[in-house]
Design a binder for this molecule. Sequence first.
Ligand code: GRF
Length: 210
Amino acid sequence: MSAARAINLAVLISGSGSTLQNLVDHIAARTLNAQIVTVIASRPDLPGIQRAIDAKLPYAIVDRRQFAEVSSFSANVFDHMDRCGADLICCAGWLCLLEIPTRYDNRIMNIHPALLPSFGGKGMYGERVHRAVIDAGCKVSGCTVHFVDATYDTGPMIVQRACPVLDDDTPQTLAHRVFDEERQAYPHAIRLFAEGRLVVDGRRVKVRQV
Ligand code: GRF
């Protein structure tokens, strides 16, 4: 797509929506040339929905608990994406596995609050990630933006940013420092995608120079 046109984003949330808010803030500050065409929430009672309402964004609830199978849930999510004309889907604290139709291959991103491939996988979200990093004695942590594939946190990595782990860190203080990196990493990855600069080559995502 042309870098001149604002990219259409769909944002998927399962929690407090701080990642959604980050994207909203970057768009408002004109540091991200994008528009959010829909927000999808995986439950009706998520605090993140209020952020969508406050930002006057269209949103829909596709309640994961209403679907017995990943396939029927996914079909519902992607039908909605098709109707909204999303160029790129951004998982933003989204906790549900998706069965991805080929038309969305390499068009779905996620941000994970650690340096993958460590500290990812099923059940590794929120404070658990930062607790595991501290307990392992890591000296650095950070965040990873990656394309989404069929399993948790395993898709090709696009952008990583690192930060120190300090001796007196708690999961909360580390989460805060990592989130400062996330604020930059996600918009950066989206910009690269919008500019058509990401080339997926097996497990590697190469960034074309301009
Ligand atoms: C962030 O740590 C992000 O890395 C992960 O979810 C956290 C934000 O959740 N994917 P939320 O956006 O506040 O729900």
